[in-house]
Design a protein around this ligand. Structure first.
Ligand code: PLP
Length: 401
């Protein structure tokens, strides 16, 4: 201090207590100086660029401007553009009052956390779980408890005991966060029985369910399983996204829930962003109403199936003996378990150096365990590049067995 003026401000002394709980994604930290278009990337959950409707974007935009004029660039309703909310409500056969548009499903996760969590509250989730959600919950100083959702009488008993233990310790469980369709990172889909069990746990112990389902429409095999929302609409907040069915760059999603819950999100969002991106909503509306979204989805599912098949055949060819992996019927990810001796969390920087990227599976476990697992995304990488990428990865793994 000189002459009453602070010369050097230590910013850290001014940060809120919440900031100490922020966790940066290790994936983004490692990749922040890497141009993923220049490496063999099985890492990020990026949609296949070839699914983007680039060729029709000019005409789509022109139609939107012609139809809606200056409304496309104006502020709008916090709940979302009325025509877009209505279109989402119609697509999923809902009352429009149950739809809140968000600036992406990541924001959907964050507003659910923001309206429900106090420091010390518990969020239950599947272990492993989507990192973007875990980091949001941690930022509200929540305790995240990861559960094994495997289907057996004993596993089911263990889950009830875990919940009872938490309650006996005086903890407050606010919600179960779950990605039932083509999970991130697992790639698997929960059966109807697993979904029903989560609902019965929630009803028995009085908490909500946040059902995050951005991949639901990217099913390229098998039959749809009823959404948790359709089984228990009164206790579920269902999150959807335009990211995987149109483009993540539009940053658009929605929360479907009881109006009483949405009213709180409506107020919360007023201080977050006033309203979701208006132009994005009109583009998504036109894409949906013109039938282009469904047409594009048909093509996208074929692309994803082809890429999944290709990656699976390469895993068969290149992974060391004793490896196993999930067989997703949709979505973007395959989860790989390697022989115990392989620590792919430790090998990650070396993999990047050699020009191949995956996501260490341990990042998705609440206790950082399972260092012999990794998530591979088959969506972003060019099909022609997959084999060279797998060759590099395989060499690295075999050298470190
Ligand atoms: C399970 C899950 N939820 C939410 C998101 C975020 O999606 P959005 O682009 O809608 O924010 C992702 C992104 O990969 C995801 O995997």
């Amino acid at each position: 201090m000189s002459g009453g003026v602070v010369e050097m401000i230590n910013y850290k002394t001014l940060f809120s207590e919440d900031v100490a709980c922020f966790r940066s994604s290790p994936i983004r930290e490692v990749l922040k100086n890497v141009d993923i278009s220049k490496i063999y990337s099985f890492s990020g959950g990026y949609p296949a660029p070839e699914t983007f409707p680039l060729k029709s974007l000019n005409s789509l935009t022109q139609r939107v401007v012609d139809k809606y004029g200056d409304k496309t660039l104006q502020y709008g309703d916090t709940r979302g553009v009325p025509e877009f909310r209505k279109a989402i409500a119609e697509r999923y056969d809902l009352d429009v009052e149950k739809v809140q548009i968000t600036s992406s499903s990541q924001q959907g996760i964050d507003v659910c956390a923001r309206i429900l969590l106090n420091p010390g509250d518990v969020v239950l989730c599947e272990n492993p779980c989507y990192l973007g959600a875990l980091n949001s919950f941690y930022s509200y100083q929540a305790e995240v408890v990861g559960l094994d959702l495997s289907q057996s009488f004993e596993a089911s008993q263990r889950r009830v005991e875990e919940v009872e233990k938490l309650l006996a310790e005086g903890k407050k469980i606010k919600f179960f966060y779950v990605i039932p369709d083509f999970q991130n990172p697992g790639g698997h889909t929960l059966s109807l029985a697993q979904r029903a069990e989560i609902v019965s746990l929630a009803r028995r112990f009085g908490f909500l369910i946040v059902e995050d389902s951005p991949y639901r429409e990217i099913r390229f095999e098998g039959e749809d399983v009823a959404s948790i929302y359709s089984i228990a609409p009164d206790i579920t907040l269902h999150l959807g996204s335009i990211s995987k069915v149109f483009a993540p760059g539009l940053r658009l999603g929605w929360v479907i829930a009881e109006p009483e819950l949405l009213n709180t999100i409506f107020v919360c969002k007023q201080s977050l962003d006033l309203c979701p991106n208006i132009l994005s909503q009109y583009l998504a509306l036109e894409f949906l109403e013109s039938g282009e979204l469904d047409k594009n989805l048909l093509e996208s599912r074929k692309i994803y199936k082809r890429k999944r098949d290709k990656l699976e055949s390469l895993l068969e060819k290149y992974l060391p003996e004793g490896s196993s992996w999930t067989q997703p019927q949709g979505g973007l990810f395959i989860f790989v378990t390697l022989p115990e001796s392989l620590d792919v969390t430790a090998l990650f920087p070396e993999a990047i150096k050699r020009g191949v990227a995956y996501v260490p599976g341990s990042y998705f476990f609440t206790d950082g365990s399972h260092r012999n697992t990794m998530r591979l995304s088959f969506s972003f990488i060019d099909e022609e590049k997959m084999e060279t990428g797998m060759e590099i990865l395989s060499k690295l793994l075999k050298e470190n067995l």
